[in-house]
Design a protein around this ligand. Structure first.
Ligand SMILES: Cc1cc2nc3c(=O)[nH]c(=O)nc-3n(C[C@H](O)[C@H](O)[C@H](O)COP(=O)(O)OP(=O)(O)OC[C@H]3O[C@@H](n4cnc5c(N)ncnc54)[C@H](O)[C@@H]3O)c2cc1C
Length: 411
């Protein structure tokens, strides 16, 4: 704010004096930002009143996402004493990984295979939990620019400027933080489309489509688009909207085969939906990119840490909720130790990340994505999903699931 001081130096000092100051500013109140705050409050309770989360929307806010929570997400939240069953959800008992309708089934002993939430409800619930633990969240504040310097970081927003000792960029795949601090970094993004439909399709004959006949309790991934250079899959999950059972459909493409001739992204989605009696054209299609993890993605610079999609989600499936929660664990440990030392270079953050269970699964998933989506031939996809079942299941168990148990939690 400028108050009639004509000397430019005075103006600068006055502006800085007027700026709201915080030790830890978290930019973005999605799962990665909220998890960072919750874990930091647990690891270093004295920092809790010094944390501020800035979120541009108001909860419950829309977030395009199928809302599939894998077990690692629940494990991380359980260790914070949070129970996702408080959030409206639908549990799928098994997950099918198919090529053109046939493949392998994953079940988890004595548990659901995947829990499906709606992100407006889930994120609002998590934000409420953070608030109940003393963390301040300011809604309706949009970040415009991030300017780190030797003594801290200036954050320009539509509600004035803030000054922080450190900031955490948790503002998602299109986030401003990463773009401000690494403007020239290559970006690996997947394209994703999503559609919500009723749970059953009523056929003109008056009968229900086959969804009525047993698919409702399962989540499906089908990799049939890969030979056509869509390096991803179609999905359909059970979900609920305001208590009504629905179905969430979508298509994910890593863009790994972007240099090849590809059909329009909605074509495989329309094909899959038609197979089950739904017309894509009857429903609203929404799209959003997902920035995925590559080992070369940068994660920090002095006084700035990135978490969640700002660093990168899982490249194989675009699965990012559990991953975002996991980034929060690692970032909180790094921040707590930095405040103990009074040193904020964050030079060790990437190494800490890479060595953790989260870093290991992200690396494994990056490697898997490079193999399964570039060896795109039909015979290879059939071999993978239908014939090599035990090996694929073992690899998934070791490299894809259960990584959250390999992140040590410090109190
Ligand atoms: C179509 C689709 C389906 C998906 N399905 C699944 C799924 O089933 N399971 C799964 O695990 N993952 C899924 N994902 C991925 C998942 O949604 C993300 O990985 C996850 O949301 C990442 O969390 P985050 O906290 O890093 O970012 P986000 O959830 O994007 O949160 C970022 C937050 O920052 C705020 N923000 C952004 N810009 C600003 C700004 N300038 N100023 C202030 N605030 C700002 C946003 O409003 C938001 O609240 C899906 C993604 C898409 C697009």
């Amino acid at each position: 704010m400028q108050v009639g001081l004509s000397n430019p130096t005075c103006t600068f000092l006055w502006e800085n004096w007027e700026m709201e100051k915080h030790d830890v500013l978290i930019l973005g109140g999605g799962p990665s930002g909220l998890s960072t705050a919750l874990h930091l409050a647990k690891a270093a309770p004295h920092l809790t009143p010094r944390i501020l989360i800035l979120e541009k929307e108001h909860y419950p806010r829309l977030k395009l996402c199928a809302g599939g929570l894998v077990i690692d997400a629940e494990v991380i939240l359980e260790r914070l004493g949070l129970d996702t069953s408080e959030v409206p959800h639908v549990d799928a008992e098994d997950i099918r990984f198919d090529f053109a309708g046939r493949g392998l089934t994953v079940r988890v002993p004595k548990r659901h295979a995947i829990r499906v939430i709606r992100r407006d409800e889930f994120d609002a619930w998590l934000a409420e939990k953070a608030r109940s633990r003393g963390i301040e969240i300011r809604e309706g504040v949009s970040i415009k620019k991030v300017i780190p310097n030797e003594n801290g970081v200036t954050v320009e927003t539509d509600q004035g400027n803030f000054h922080a000792t450190i900031i955490v960029g948790a503002d998602g795949s299109n986030g401003i933080t990463r773009r401000c601090i690494f403007p020239n970094e290559p970006v690996y993004t997947a394209r994703v489309l999503e559609v919500l439909t009723p749970s059953h399709q009523h056929r003109p004959s008056g009968t229900f489509s086959e969804f009525g006949g047993g698919r409702e309790g399962s989540a499906f991934f089908d990799f049939f688009p890969v030979p056509n250079n869509i390096a991803g899959y179609t999905w359909d999950f059970p979900t609920q909207v305001n208590g009504t059972l629905m179905r969430c459909w979508g298509v994910y493409d890593t863009n790994l085969l972007a240099d090849q001739k590809r059909p329009a992204l909605k074509e495989p989605l329309a094909e899959e939906m038609k197979r089950h009696g739904f017309e894509l054209g009857d429903y609203e299609i929404k799209g959003h990119p997902i920035r995925w993890y590559s080992p070369w993605n940068k994660a920090s610079m002095p006084r700035v840490l990135l978490v969640g999609d700002a660093v990168g989600a899982d490249p194989v499936f675009g699965e990012g909720i559990s991953i975002a929660l996991g980034y929060g664990v690692i970032a909180a440990q790094e921040i707590a130790e930095s405040f103990q030392r009074g040193e904020f270079s964050f030079g060790r953050y990437k190494r800490r990340l890479v060595r953790s269970g989260l870093g290991q699964t992200l690396f494994a998933r990056w490697l898997i994505s490079q193999v399964i989506y570039t060896l795109k031939w039909k015979w290879f996809q059939i071999l993978l999903w239908r014939i090599l079942k035990p090996f694929v299941l073992l690899a998934a168990w070791i490299f894809v699931l259960n990584w959250s148990k390999r992140i040590p939690l410090r109190n």
